[in-house]
Design a protein around this ligand. Sequence first.
Ligand code: NAD
Ligand code: GLY
Length: 379
Amino acid sequence: MPRLPVRTRTLPHKYEITIGRGTLRDVGQVARDCLGERSQRLALISNRKVFSLYGRTVMEVLQAQNFSVSSWLIDEGESQKSLRTLASALQFLTDTGLQRSDGVVALGGGVVGDLAGFAAAVYLRGVPLIQVPTTLLAQVDSSVGGKTGVNLAAGKNLVGSFHQPQAVVVDLETLTTLPKRELTAGLCECVKQGAVGSRKLFKQTNDFLLESRSPANLTSPQLEQLIAAHCAFKAAIVSGDERESLVRTDRRSRKILNFGHTIAHALETVTSYRKFRHGEAVGHGMLVAAELSKNLGLLAQSELELLREAIERCGPLPFAGDLDEGELIKAIAHDKKRAAGRLQWILLERIGRPRILDGGDVSPALLRRSLRAAFKKRK
Ligand code: NAD
Ligand code: GLY
């Protein structure tokens, strides 16, 4: 069973990602190992659906390690990443009497992980956090690297903190209950990491998609290797640029992980988070960024086609060609304002070779052309 070390400059300086099948049963031992004998209480934050599937197992293995465990469950959806839910989470932590030597366990997808992680970051100025991600997206991306936070009415992830976990436990078995769209969304994030990471990671992802066909074969032995490779890539990037330095524009900047996200955020905003899963929006966003890269003379058509084919293999994406272009461009401009007028486009020179266009002004005409090309219906 792979155990990947992640190095951090801030506490805890090093943590491990445990990856395997049936690893939920190891969560108790992992928690005891990283929190030590002084730790008495754990606060488990999950959502109703995930808890009904896996909550009992996790509670039992934690209790078997003599933790007193309290659980608190949120509802479904991105709307739960809010200040209001955060306030309730903090109230729960207070009610459990959680101390600084105790810990928070986040069991669920990226929504649970981001919310519970932020609560752990700010409660008592920071208590230990253990991430137990149960979506593919959370396993390869959001549970690793310490970004936590909630949304404001003005936009996504506008309040947050870097708070590194003490451990991440990935159980591939949990993916067997994941709805198909959530798998597609997670696979899109894998394609993203391959596209900006390396040709090798892209090929490994594409080979998995080709071999497992749709829906992805979750019993394939390649899946464990794929998830491990993505976690290792993400760990390497975040260890080298833990807090996403504003000034870095090199190819190992943490910003490269935002490939496709400028458009993805715009798609999510104009549809009030109702039409696209986050990873699906990233799927469309990568295509627009690739079209832009091609139109700016950076990326060859053949590379763009490789990317398009890989995204198509992830599964169907909700159609985006019916959205109002003007609204999308307005939403992108809003993002630019938030970045102090210096929108940074994450583009591609080829698969595995990202390029950050610093403060790059992409004309509305070029953007429109790229949006149309990316969203065109294909047979
Ligand atoms: P999610 O957390 O909403 O989970 C998707 C759905 O799957 C939910 O309905 C959930 O109940 C269900 N689910 C979860 N695990 C399941 C399982 N094993 N079986 C059956 N159903 C299951 O969505 P997500 O895609 O995991 O996360 C998206 C969020 O992650 C967004 O808010 C995004 O901003 C955030 N994110 C954060 C980071 C980061 O670095 N912190 C990175 C990428 C994305
Ligand atoms: N998902 C982007 C990051 O962790 O930086």
